[in-house]
Design a protein around this ligand. Structure first.
Ligand SMILES: [Zn+2]
Length: 259
């Protein structure tokens, strides 16, 4: 893996035929009580709160551009919704996105599909892939009405772009999906919300819809990532959101990719 471009809001790595670009939608904070089963010292907190970066990823190759997650748009916390700026910095534009796939249908991953005027933020993305288990939740969100004609069900094993395969990762949400790129980089969505969940994978997140299943999925995928020697990328991992996972006993550590 080679870093080929880095800007304030983006970082691009090359993997064989495809490149993967981290796009920073912004940074916010969450209440310390969002982490379940652990007490954090004050130095792990920012003004008593947990730092939470929000990232999306663009996978591109000869066959097109796939956006994985769409950020929060203007629907959630201040400081988010910078995805368009991140794309521009990375040398791309919203009209160049051919297909969008969501890891899941929480607000910080899907809201950016619609722009500030209620129109399609990615007008040429004729397919928006959402896990079958979450189609109902997606359809129930009034903000997403303009996207509905483009909605396509997503299942494990589907390939939203040649070289990219969907991998079930349920727990945080019922249809939570990871994406394996070129058989060696796993974009794992919300498998981890804070680094303490690397050191202590049993720690869960307040908004996990099924905490026990989220914990089980995290353990299973961590094991698989290390066993296969995959690289990882995550929506809420520390800067730059792409790197390598290392195991030491029951604990894991994230090593960010460097130039
Ligand atoms: Zn999230």
């Amino acid at each position: 893996m080679r870093v080929v471009r880095e800007t304030e809001l983006s970082l691009t790595v090359e993997l064989g035929e495809l490149s993967v670009t981290m796009l920073l939608d912004g940074e916010t904070t969450m209440g310390a009580d969002c982490l379940r089963g652990v007490e954090l010292g004050p130095d792990a907190l920012v003004e008593g709160r947990l730092p939470l970066p929000v990232r999306a990823f663009l996978v591109q190759g000869q066959q097109g551009k796939l956006l994985i997650d769409a950020g929060a748009g203007n629907a959630w916390h201040k400081g988010l919704g910078r995805l368009g700026g991140a794309l521009a910095e990375a040398g791309s534009g919203p009209q160049e996105v051919d297909v969008v796939a969501l890891t899941h249908t929480h607000i910080d991953h899907m809201s950016g599909l619609v722009d500030g005027d209620g129109g399609l933020a990615f007008p040429n993305a004729h397919r928006v892939l959402v896990a079958t288990e979450e189609l109902m939740a997606f359809r129930a969100e009034p903000r997403m009405i303009p996207v509905l004609p483009r909605l396509v069900p997503l299942e494990q094993g589907d390939g939203p772009l040649p070289g990219v395969v969907a991998v079930n990762a349920p727990g945080h949400s019922p249809g939570h999906m990871a994406f394996l790129v070129e058989g060696r980089l796993l974009i794992w969505g919300d498998l981890v919300h804070h680094t303490v969940q690397l050191a202590r994978p049993e720690v869960t997140w307040k908004f996990d819809e099924d905490e026990a299943l989220a914990r089980e999925t995290r353990a299973r995928l961590f094991d698989r990532v290390v066993g296969e020697g995959w690289l990882v990328a995550g929506a809420h991992l520390p800067h730059p959101g792409i790197g390598r996972l290392e195991r030491a006993g029951d604990a894991y550590a994230f090593h960010p990719v460097t130039r």
